[in-house]
Write a protein that binds this ligand. Structure first.
Ligand SMILES: Cc1cc2nc3c(=O)[nH]c(=O)nc-3n(C[C@H](O)[C@H](O)[C@H](O)COP(=O)(O)OP(=O)(O)OC[C@H]3O[C@@H](n4cnc5c(N)ncnc54)[C@H](O)[C@@H]3O)c2cc1C
Length: 388
């Protein structure tokens, strides 16, 4: 349908800043930027009516990693690298709370747990984790105390991870580590709170517009979109794993994660978030005796040539996910939801925040941690944009 006069003259007029992607990064960047430049005309373009990345389809862990994951990070990044990752996550969460408030995102400080299975490999990992706990706590706990201590006064100086034989017994694990600083949010409420905040800050959010290509203009950028050509002075790409569709030279790609929600018997899963198999699988309690169980990208079942458009996931993935869930909490009474969400991953777990050309910025590759780090990343992007 051709664009009409009122649309091109006003509704789709050139913007000062256009952000592509209405995920947690794009939305938080817009809010931070508006605080720095209240008079700027900021527009978010999103291809999907509800957004279609990880932001509306995640598990809602307010987490900083588990002891098993920290061990991996220690091996690959060293102690300073590990501290940096945890710092990013704690600061990101505290930014999220600062932007939207704890109540509006349904935050509950439930505590989280890492569970180890009965197999030999899992027992060996639990043994390694148990031995490394003093070193891990020494590295991670001060970061949690410094950033989250004021938000979480009852924990104050609690360790980051503690062996918890009781929880292991309840869930039939060979070992369990409690992660007392962890919590959970209500993802749907978080997205709705972002939408309200954007409206209040007078950020324009247009859904149903796909950006197909970018062209350098005389005084900014021209975007070829599903609504025709649109102009903007500055441009920020916040499409996570899909950034390569629009800009070159960024190491990020879309990777699917499968999730299910099922009804369970009362009392089977104590309130909390649970990390399994080094974070490649995860589960959490939901209200009304339900469980959310997801992950499985380590099974390597992604169909070949898939991109982030809906693709048919192999039945094998669903079968394995259900079997994994049932191995922890027994038969699932009724599976009510199954969906795929998309992560943006690369060689490194750290996000990419940068600029490829004058006026063209990006903040992508959130790994599986965008709820935790997204708002810190959005803030860093907004600072770069306003400093240009
Ligand atoms: C199943 C699952 C569970 C997760 N659980 C957790 C968790 O518990 N805790 C945690 O911290 N993190 C979790 N994550 C990760 C987290 O959800 C993501 O890292 C985060 O939401 C990414 O945010 P984003 O803004 O970078 O990207 P996205 O949320 O992916 O947003 C990018 C948006 O860009 C849009 N877009 C893409 N291309 C275009 C285009 N060309 N034109 C217009 N629009 C476009 C997409 O439709 C999308 O809405 C999970 C992710 C998944 C998939």
């Amino acid at each position: 349908m051709p664009i009409g006069y009122w649309e091109s003259e006003y509704l789709l007029r050139p913007a000062d800043l256009t952000i592509v992607g209405a995920g947690i990064v794009g939305m938080s960047a817009a809010l931070h930027y508006k605080r720095m430049r209240p008079d700027a005309h900021v527009r978010i373009l999103e291809r999907d009516p509800l957004s279609s990345g990880g932001t509306t389809r995640n598990a809602g862990f307010a987490c900083f990693g588990s002891a098993g994951e920290w061990l991996d990070d220690l091996d690959s990044l060293g102690i300073e690298g590990l501290k940096g990752l945890v710092q990013d996550r704690t600061e990101g969460l505290s930014e999220l709370l600062g932007l939207l408030g704890a109540e509006s995102i349904g935050l509950q400080w439930t505590g989280g747990w890492e569970l180890f299975g009965p197999g030999e490999k899992e027992r060996a990992l639990a043994e390694r984790v148990s031995k490394a706990l003093p070193e891990l706590n020494e590295a991670v706990a001060p970061v949690l105390h410094a950033v989250l201590g004021p938000i979480h006064p009852q924990l104050k100086t609690s360790p980051a991870a503690i062996l918890d034989a009781k929880r292991a017994q309840v869930l039939g694990a060979s070992a369990s580590v409690s992660l007392p600083w962890e919590g959970m949010i209500h993802t749907g409420k978080m997205v709705a709170a972002f939408h309200r905040a954007l409206y209040e800050a007078q950020v324009e959010r247009i859904h149903g517009v796909q950006v197909n290509a970018l062209l350098k203009g005389h005084s900014g950028w021209i975007m070829d979109t599903s609504k025709g050509s649109l102009a903007t002075t500055q441009l920020a790409i916040c499409t996570n794993g899909l950034a390569k569709d629009l800009i070159s030279g960024v190491d990020t790609q879309p990777v699917p994660n499968r999730v299910l929600v099922a009804k369970i018997k009362p009392g089977v899963l104590p309130l909390g978030t649970y990390h399994l198999e080094r974070g490649y699988l995860y589960m959490r309690s939901l209200e009304n005796n339900q469980v959310l169980f997801g992950g499985g990208r380590h099974w390597d079942l992604t169909p070949p040539h898939s991109d982030a458009s809906p693709v048919h996931m192999p039945c094998e993935w669903d079968h394995k996910l259900q079997a994994a869930a049932e191995s922890w909490i027994g038969p699932l009474d009724e599976i009510t939801h199954r969906w795929t969400g998309w992560l943006g991953v690369g060689q490194d777990r750290r996000p990419l925040i940068g600029q490829t050309q004058p006026g063209l910025h990006h903040a992508v590759r959130m790994g599986g941690m965008g709820v935790a780090i997204g708002c810190r990343v959005g803030k860093a992007l907004a600072k770069n944009l306003s400093a240009e």
